[in-house]
Design a protein around this ligand. Structure first.
Ligand SMILES: CC(C)(COP(=O)(O)OP(=O)(O)OC[C@H]1O[C@@H](n2cnc3c(N)ncnc32)[C@H](O)[C@@H]1OP(=O)(O)O)[C@@H](O)C(=O)NCCC(=O)NCCS
Length: 170
């Protein structure tokens, strides 16, 4: 397994993993699958301090991805990025999320334009909570019942890490 920078050719696999989460989980509050055209726009926006990473098996199969996105378009927030990490169903709980997180943290710590990362995690997403806490993210607040998906209200927990305090020793 290796984690590399994603390229345009990875978009079908990235989109398939994302859309599976859209349809079956509260990991994302999107409710409609995204098209490759929409994903191309999303990918084109991920430059500079906002990369997309891909976890690939030795034969090249993409089984997970991660990205950093702007937290807000307002200029003073530009030192803050938001994390996204998705591992394909069937490949979870095998350390791939952790490998992606490690690369996200390595990149972020070395990126002088970034100071802090934020993750928005649905209240019942124990896997993501564990992954982020282990990487040094702390719970900074809960937004109650801000989402409505699969016929129920969903809380969102906000997690944050100041990059100089990450658990990887970068
Ligand atoms: C969250 C996600 C990325 C984790 O990836 P993963 O490859 O399964 O995670 P790893 O195997 O690297 O495990 C990382 C840590 O999380 C823990 N973990 C993983 N799945 C877990 C689960 N279902 N319940 C509790 N803990 C879990 C692992 O035990 C490990 O912690 P540990 O080292 O202390 O034991 C993956 O479950 C996923 O893609 N879920 C759907 C999309 C999603 O929720 N993305 C996050 C949006 S905020």
């Amino acid at each position: 397994m290796r984690v590399v920078r994603a390229d345009e050719g990875d978009l079908p696999a990235i989109t398939e993993i994302y859309n599976d989460a859209v349809l079956h989980t509260t990991a994302t509050f999107d409710t409609e699958p995204r098209s490759i055209a929409e994903q191309s726009v999303w990918f084109a926006e991920h430059t500079g301090p906002y990369p997309v990473f891909a976890a690939k098996q030795s034969q090249g199969k993409l089984v997970g991805w991660a990205s950093l996105s702007p937290w807000s378009a307002r200029k003073a927030y530009s030192i803050t990025a938001e994390t996204s990490i998705y591992v394909a169903d069937g490949f979870r709980q095998a350390g791939i999320g952790w490998q992606l997180m490690e690369e996200v943290m390595r990149f972020s710590f070395g990126e002088p334009r970034l100071h802090t990362l934020i993750a928005r995690i649905a209240g019942d997403n124990q896997a993501s909570v564990t992954l982020h806490k282990r990487a040094g993210f702390d719970l900074i607040g809960t937004m109650r019942e801000v989402g409505y998906k699969f016929g129920r209200f969903v809380d969102v927990q906000l997690y944050q890490v100041i990059l100089s305090r990450n658990r990887f020793g970068f």
